[in-house]
Design a protein around this ligand. Sequence first.
Ligand SMILES: [Fe+2]
Length: 299
Amino acid sequence: MTICWKRLSLQNKLRKLNLKNDFHKRVGGKYLERLSRFHGVRKAYSVAQNKIQSLNPTFYRNRLEIQDKSIFTGISVKKTVIAMQDCGVGFGLQLSTNMVEEISNFASRTPCIEPGFHEEFLAKAVKDGCLQGGRYVMRGLVNNVKNCQAIEQIVHDPLLLKIVRKYLTYWPTLITQHLTWSFASSMPEAEIKKSYPPTNFHYDIAGYNFMTAYFYITDIDIDSGPHVMIKYSHQQKPLQMLLASNCQPDDAIFNYYGKENQIVITGARGFGFVQDPSCFHKVKPPVTSNRLILQIRYS
Ligand SMILES: [Fe+2]
């Protein structure tokens, strides 16, 4: 097995810098939006946005191009929203085999890029976390996801948007979607944490209020990149974690919240859930197989 990850060099340092900048841009957000780390600010924004939209609700609803029929069955909007409000996550969304297949095929044939780098590559070109030529690669963001019909259908699903509307209390004004590979590698987790920021516990700051829907497109067990989160942390954060960086080491998180509040989310391909990503969460780096996940953020 090639252990090209050992070639930590100038390229690696540059990579870390690029990733750090990218992570702060994507997660740290703009200066004013950083205030959304405070629960009260998000609530106030929801109230204000709700008032604005109540002047012309049809306009805000229509521009979302909501589909006529939901692809989801057997899920209660009310229960899902209550679960999110309570512990930060709601389960029960399930994609059909056909949809998973369509998204999976799209991701396999479409080039990806790693944030911070310009080089495009296909997921199949990554072996043991490395590209041919030796550069190791942690993740690949699939290009042009809007060209995938199945993803567009999920983004504009009436039931999912009902959950979003009820949770945020307004129709989302911005939707972003990412289809992301996390590549399995034999690199030690401590090493990965240094160069792949989302593998550290963090909370997102993306807009003034927001929520995310996640769908596993590959089977995810404990060793293939589960999403890990801390229950209740979307509502409760100590002041030092609000004022300091939005990334925290595992020790600090477990000391404050207790390990019993950690949820390691595993599931077969098609498994989906909604989450308030202002809770502490992270990716557990995959070891045995690549992970492919669809994330749709509504803000
Ligand atoms: Fe995140």
